[in-house]
Design a protein around this ligand. Structure first.
Ligand SMILES: Cc1cc2nc3c(=O)[nH]c(=O)nc-3n(C[C@H](O)[C@H](O)[C@H](O)COP(=O)(O)OP(=O)(O)OC[C@H]3O[C@@H](n4cnc5c(N)ncnc54)[C@H](O)[C@@H]3O)c2cc1C
Ligand code: FES
Ligand code: FES
Length: 480
């Protein structure tokens, strides 16, 4: 067990490992969560079992590790004998310069423990989407992963799992954590009440959930952050539950844990979440963080707005709810007062005869931020569109409904594609997109209109094997 009594709030796990522990097996590549060279595995107890999650240590804060087990590449070999994942990497020639290798080994090690021996090339491709190898090429790496992960986990971590689970459980003292003083601190409240009180007393503090945004403020923008309130231990914000109208998702539920719940609403949501960052980003990043950051290119907001979701906020003892679409006021400005935090998202289920579609447009298939994200919720009655909600990300300073598009969609006959064009053209009335490094304004406008047509074609009955390149690829691959 490692006990740390004092540390600067902004200390990253990677800096602590490399500069203080001199555990230099974990590498620093990009320092922004993209390359996976710094991947380590964090183990926590969840529902009575140990969960192994790969995280990017460059954008994880040291204090986030409170109460967890940390496994780095140095821990894998057992008395000089390589771990099965390491052995397979060596046998398959999965490493050339070796810089990416510790991160790749740690991502595969987490998969080795989480896949129950049921791995596949596709799953390993997903697991490695956030691990960049510049020189070996992925074929031997994926082969090594398949070889190591296909037989069920059997290593010293499985053999001493019961003792480790007891040790991890014993670390949870249910007490608020506070390191520092009133001027500069790292705090991790253990209850919602403590969080509400602390944040009301220090509305200038920065809330940190998964730190997949805040971590970059520290490593890239060098933002001076003196007071950090980490919300990862607040049990009241960590659950998902079914409600009469749909589901409620706590703010600190990770994107990985939210994926099956939100994905069960519609497979397009599952696919967008599969492509959300990487496995490391989804393990740390939270639903609340993705909404609270107010990003115009966040993936959840347009989908949840189209679904008609509600955000629940709390300030001291006051809890309020508002339609998510009203939460985003302007670039970087949300309807959230100082000391108020996001508590839950309430997501309604789809009503009968309602179709949902979401499309994430990026330059790369995996681990890329959206240039445009379009989401539609369409009610059909007698072959015509009876009601429509359309929301876009990447098209304005905030994620936003496309009300002119919706207006033109209402009443459209699905059987007459010649009548669809005005709905697509109405994108130009709703948005004046920007040109940036992800896409030009012209491209954004064009693609958004085309997505309206694609959605209409799919709802009218054209199969996604015709409308989607990814589906075509899967079919072609399956036929090989
Ligand atoms: C490599 C990489 C890839 C990414 N890919 C994607 C992607 O594909 N799609 C996408 O949408 N995003 C992506 N992101 C951005 C990021 O992962 C998400 O926005 C994520 O959901 C943020 O959640 P978090 O818990 O890490 O937030 P944090 O970084 O902890 O916080 C983000 C912001 O929200 C505030 N905040 C957090 N929780 C609360 C709360 N409960 N109440 C009030 N304020 C709160 C924080 O103060 C901060 O301002 C990516 C990031 C990285 C580094
Ligand atoms: S150093 Fe690249 S993800 Fe951490
Ligand atoms: S082995 Fe060189 S970057 Fe992967």
């Amino acid at each position: 067990m490692v006990r740390i009594d004092r540390f600067p709030a902004r200390t990253t796990l990677l800096d602590w490992l490399r500069l203080q522990e001199r555990s230099t097996g974990t590498k620093e590549g990009c320092a922004e969560g993209d390359c996976g060279a710094c991947a380590v595995v964090v183990v926590r107890e969840r529902n009575g079992r140990l969960v192994y999650e790969p995280v990017n240590s460059c954008i994880t804060l040291l204090g986030q590790l409170d109460g967890a087990e940390l496994i780095t590449v140095e821990d894998l070999a057992d008395d000089g004998v390589l771990h099965p994942v390491q052995e397979a990497m060596a046998r398959e020639h999965g490493s050339q310069c070796g810089f990416c290798t510790p991160g790749i080994v740690m991502s595969l090690f987490a998969h080795y423990h989480e896949c129950n021996g049921d791995s596949s090339r596709e799953k390993i491709n997903d697991v490695l989407a956030g691990n960049l190898c510049r020189c070996t090429g992925y074929r031997p790496i994926v082969d090594a992963g398949l070889e190591a992960c296909s037989g069920g986990a059997d290593d010293r971590f499985t053999r001493n799992a019961a003792a480790r689970r007891r040790s991890i459980a014993a670390l949870d003292d249910k007490a608020d954590l506070f390191v520092g003083d009133a001027a500069a601190f790292f705090a991790a409240p253990a209850s919602e009440q403590s969080l509400a009180r602390l944040y009301a007393d220090h509305p200038d503090a920065t809330i940190v959930a998964g730190a997949t945004d805040v971590g970059l403020w520290i490593t890239k923008k060098l933002t001076p952050i003196e007071k950090i309130i980490q919300v990862g231990r607040v049990a009241e914000l960590s659950g998902t539950e079914e409600t009469t109208g749909g589901c409620a998702i706590g703010a600190i539920v990770s994107l990985a844990r939210a994926a099956p719940v939100l994905g069960s609403i519609d497979p397009d949501i599952a696919e967008v979440l599969r492509r959300f960052g990487s496995i490391q980003v989804r393990a740390s990043g939270t639903v609340g963080g993705n909404i609270a950051n107010g990003s115009p290119i966040g993936d959840l907001a347009p989908m949840l707005i189209a679904l008609g979701a509600t955000v629940e906020l709390r300030h001291c003892e006051t809890i309020r709810q508002l339609p998510l679409e009203n939460f985003f006021l302007d670039y970087g400005k949300q309807d959230r007062k100082p000391g108020e935090f996001v508590r839950r998202l309430l997501v309604p289920k789809l009503l009968p005869a309602t179709h949902f579609r979401a499309y994430k447009i990026t330059k790369r298939g995996d681990e890329d931020i959206s240039a445009v994200l379009a989401a539609f919720c369409i009610k059909v009655d007698g072959g015509r569109i009876a009601d429509a909600k359309a929301a876009f990300g990447g098209m304005a300073a905030i994620p936003k409904r496309a009300k002119a598009v919706e207006e033109k969609l209402r009443g459209l006959p699905l059987a007459d594609p010649d009548a669809w064009r005005p709905a697509a053209d109405a994108v130009a009335q709703d948005f004046t997109p920007l040109t940036d490094l992800r896409a030009s304004a012209a491209y954004r406008g064009r693609v958004a209109g085309n997505l309206v047509i694609k959605m209409l074609a799919e709802i009218a009955g054209v199969t996604s094997s015709v409308t989607r390149i990814a589906d075509r690829r899967m079919i072609a691959h399956a036929a090989e």
